[in-house]
Design a protein around this ligand. Sequence first.
Ligand SMILES: [Zn+2]
Ligand SMILES: [Zn+2]
Length: 239
Amino acid sequence: MKLLPQGILPYALDLLFPPRCASCKRGGHIICPPCIASITAPTLPRCLHCQAQLTPTGVCKHCLSHPLALSGVRAVGIYEGPLRACIHSLKYKGNQRIAEFLGLLLANIYLGQHLQADVLIPVPLHSERHRQRGYNQSALLARVCSAHTGIPQREDILIRSRPTPPQVGSGIQARRHNVSGAFLCTPAFTGGRLTRQRIIIIDDVCTTGATLEACAAPLFAAGARSVWGLVLARPGSGF
Ligand SMILES: [Zn+2]
Ligand SMILES: [Zn+2]
């Protein structure tokens, strides 16, 4: 059988498997223009440090009681509607093509908010989870974000040293405990190569920030100057 030239392959796949909007399921696009238009930035008032929802007193309860051990968090939007549907499609339905669109959203936040980084690092999956899913969704996002921003992304700096139970539904203290110490710097990067480096950790969703904090701890210990979280979505309320 003659193989198709590589440039043709995506079009052939589109013909064989016509794209459907990951959110509203209309045919023709992996995400349709009306659904794209409905993805908007978190509306104010949001905490300047972590973009969590503010309480009526104007104070973010996390940053008041236990500030995140992170330089800051920035998100594309709220975890709802089409953005939530796209993330769900990427994580649980094997829709790797949607990473092109979602990674571009991350790049737009990086460029639009004038974030500064020397390197992007995706939140690592434990090898077992990686095998089950077949890919690390955060790494797909980081690769696309890297291509659009020109900031290198590295998947060899941070590893997940032990599997952690899913964070879904846990409270903030349980989540912190759940992931504390779960991430390590690889030996090649603990000897000074990260000194003064500005690092951005890429993930799909940041709920309490516990996972991003657990990633940041070994990076700060290895000398990083700043560690930001750049994610697709933050919860609308409740956290
Ligand atoms: Zn749609
Ligand atoms: Zn905050």
